[in-house]
Design a protein around this ligand. Sequence first.
Ligand code: XUL
Ligand code: CO
Length: 443
Amino acid sequence: MKKAIRSKEAFPDIPPIRYEGPDSKNPLAFKWYNPDEIVEGKTMKEHLRFSVVYWHTMRGVGSDMFGVGTWVRPWEDGTNSLQMALKRVPVLFEFCQKLGAPFYAFHDRDVAPEGRNLAETNKNLDRVVKELKKLQNDTGIGLLWGTACLFAHPRYMHGAATSCNADAFAYAAAQVKKAIEVTHELNGAGYVFWGGREGYTTLLNTDMKRELDHLGAFLHMAVDWKKQIGFKGQFYIEPKPKEPTKHQYDSDAAACLNFLRQYDLLDDFKLNLETNHATLAGHTMQHELEVAGSAGALGSIDANTGDLLLGWDTDQFPTDIYLTTQIMLTVLKYGGFTTGGTNFDAKVRRESFEPVDLFHAHIGGMDAFARGLKIAAKIRADGRLAEFVRQRYASWDTGIGRQIERGEVGFVELEKYALKMGEVRTNQSGRQEMLENLINEFI
Ligand code: XUL
Ligand code: CO
């Protein structure tokens, strides 16, 4: 741990969070996340690559559709000024440092306020980026990914890259150009495109084909710019089916992959998958990870969880060990994170209004993922689950199965084979219940 980053701390009563093991009763200690512990040949820190988000943790206020903010943040002065933006930077780094989170993520407008025009806005951003860079260097904490907020300002009410208004498209292009530049300046490991309003609220007023063509063109411009400035970070698309729009074009992993393929962008993008977005799409997170992983596009995750009894994006901190086990099983299966990480796109509840709640929330999420990682590694070392799946497909390893997979036979040969074979031999039971019991042996 490097030196404390300033004399006047934002969280003076909170010590650096340490690993104390499963028997600890200290709520401000890790029970499972032991950063230097080796799992499958890498430290937990290297596997999980935890990241804190600027938007919820630094800019959230605890408001909802029915009420104003409730969160007490003593360092805030109540303004969205450049001065306040600068004062907020060391708070974020103190938080990450005390928590032991190696990364953070932001939208351009989370870190710096808009000015009277784009030039002034860019100047504000440059000023704050200078500060972010300084504190990154002082603390060793890095930027997991940057992104542009293309959904909050009224100019984007109809969308940004998919707006009916060409001027809005142009403004968004200028904004993303700058956001990629500052992400590059901060040595970001990636850059995310989440299409907040890239969708529609009614098809009565929407030319879907034209909007999708524009989105494809926009992303090509972003790829061109990335290459031109030499930014080596990974581009991601973050799927979400709805909210704030009724339908978002990047609705789920499969829709994103299809879009990227259709517009010849597959080589330049991976996916950043968020649990609550998966559930809003009617999928499990494991499904989304599997769809991305099997296409070679599993990039990063936004770690949170929804409430299945509520139909919206509650962005709660993940605490369900079964969920984190499933996530880590799939992440490990596809080789683990490289540029990506476990980014807590999650917020404390409106009633959890004290600064210390930010620590409880992140500690819980980190411990849940550490536990999921350890359980997943044990299931993999045990090997019974993988062996069951391998056995289930054994008919493809020899004989006619192998010939089909190798493309050596077509309908004519298969008809001949079926006529000779008689009835299909019964295969093994799917054993779902047995496998569910097997997973529970490890939890
Ligand atoms: C919104 C969401 C975004 C993205 C970044 O649901 O997840 O915060 O992660 O724009
Ligand atoms: Co997200």
